[in-house]
Design a protein around this ligand. Structure first.
Ligand SMILES: [Zn+2]
Length: 120
């Protein structure tokens, strides 16, 4: 499951940082996930519950809360510079609404960021 690997990646990164900062229990993790990651919110929650229940023996993620902010996808036209939103479903067939160019770059919606985490 795709969401499982996203969550696993997140937990690994947080665990590394937590150790560096001497944190023994993480209370909150705030994630920013772009729409183009194709992550389903329910599946993210589910993967988080499963992985934190089985993960580190040391209880680093015991009772950790997950907060996810989903960022919409945003494209920028390479020809006229116009920025416009898009959905995963229409991405493959999209053109610039201003000049109809099909040359664009993704400037938002592809991120997976750990915005912050807290612990003690
Ligand atoms: Zn354009």
């Amino acid at each position: 499951m795709h969401e499982t690997s996203l969550i696993q990646f997140t937990l690994d990164a947080v665990a590394r940082q937590a150790r560096i900062h001497g944190i023994r229990r993480v209370s909150d993790i705030r994630l920013i996930v772009g729409e183009l990651k194709g992550a389903i919110p329910d599946q993210m929650e589910y993967a988080f519950r499963i992985l934190t229940a089985s993960e580190p023996e040391d209880g680093l993620f015991a009772g950790t809360k997950l907060d996810i902010e989903y960022r919409p996808a945003l494209l920028q036209c390479c020809d006229c510079g116009h920025r416009f939103p898009v959905t995963v479903e229409t991405l493959a067939s999209t053109v610039c609404p201003r000049c109809e160019s099909s040359s664009y770059q993704i400037i938002g919606g592809n991120e997976l960021l750990i915005d912050s985490f807290r612990g003690e």
